[in-house]
Design a binder for this molecule. Structure first.
Ligand SMILES: CC(C)(COP(=O)(O)OP(=O)(O)OC[C@H]1O[C@@H](n2cnc3c(N)ncnc32)[C@H](O)[C@@H]1OP(=O)(O)O)[C@@H](O)C(=O)NCCC(=O)NCCS
Length: 181
């Protein structure tokens, strides 16, 4: 299959932060940003796939700096990796103070999206054209992230199944909690 042009693999959405997006302190709610990130991930992935897509997982969401009302937020998305039917979309969020032009990077996250056909079944997506060493690095990083996530999930499931509340009471005494049973 011919890789699609890299033009189909990048998308940017820019949005002005209005008061209804904010809390009483004038800071933008995290959920508003998550919704914008989901939108740009959808736009980016569906353009690459040429079909509709669904969000499967969201990773790496950390709000590093607050965003204020009146700032202009740009969400830059790129297809970092493609599997058979899934795509990892990297999203970089940058917020700009329009008066001073000062920009801040507020977060980078990774959305896994799956392409669906008209019957709702996962459908194959085009291969990704890696035009630069940076494109290749992002692709390889996505593979590594997936491997580590799978290993972590397995290990965590083991730990969880071994966890006994009664045997772990001692641990709780070192934490900021009061055991009331
Ligand atoms: C995710 C979903 C498509 C998987 O469907 P499925 O019939 O199990 O399909 P498959 O097992 O063939 O998986 C399809 C792809 O999803 C990937 N996938 C499935 N679960 C995943 C997970 N937890 N994390 C990352 N990728 C996952 C698979 O690796 C596969 O990718 P590949 O084809 O590139 O190898 C299906 O569960 C779904 O539609 N979920 C709901 C998504 C949705 O509605 N999102 C909006 C939330 S409101």
């Amino acid at each position: 299959m011919q890789p699609k042009s890299v033009n189909f693999s990048r998308t940017t959405i820019t949005e002005l932060m209005i008061p209804s997006y904010a809390n009483f302190g004038g800071k933008i709610h995290g959920g508003i940003l998550l919704s914008l990130m989901d939108k740009v991930a959808y736009a980016c992935a569906s353009k690459h796939a040429g079909s509709y897509v669904v969000t499967v997982t969201v990773e790496g969401v950390q709000f590093l700096q607050p965003i204020n009302v009146g700032e202009l937020v740009s969400l830059h998305a790129s297809v970092n990796y493609v599997g058979r039917t899934s795509m990892v979309i990297g999203i970089r969020v940058v917020s700009e103070n329009v008066r001073t032009g000062e920009q801040k990077h507020t977060n980078t996250s990774y959305f896994t999206m799956v392409a669906k056909d008209d019957t709702g079944k996962p459908t194959e997506v085009p291969a990704l054209l890696l035009e630069t060493p940076d494109d290749a690095r992002r692709f390889l990083e996505a593979i590594k992230r997936k491997e580590l996530k799978n290993a972590y999930a397995g290990e965590f499931d083991n730990e969880k199944s071994r966890l006994k509340v009664e045997e772990s009471r001692e641990l709780l005494t070192k934490e900021r909690c009061v055991v009331g049973f």
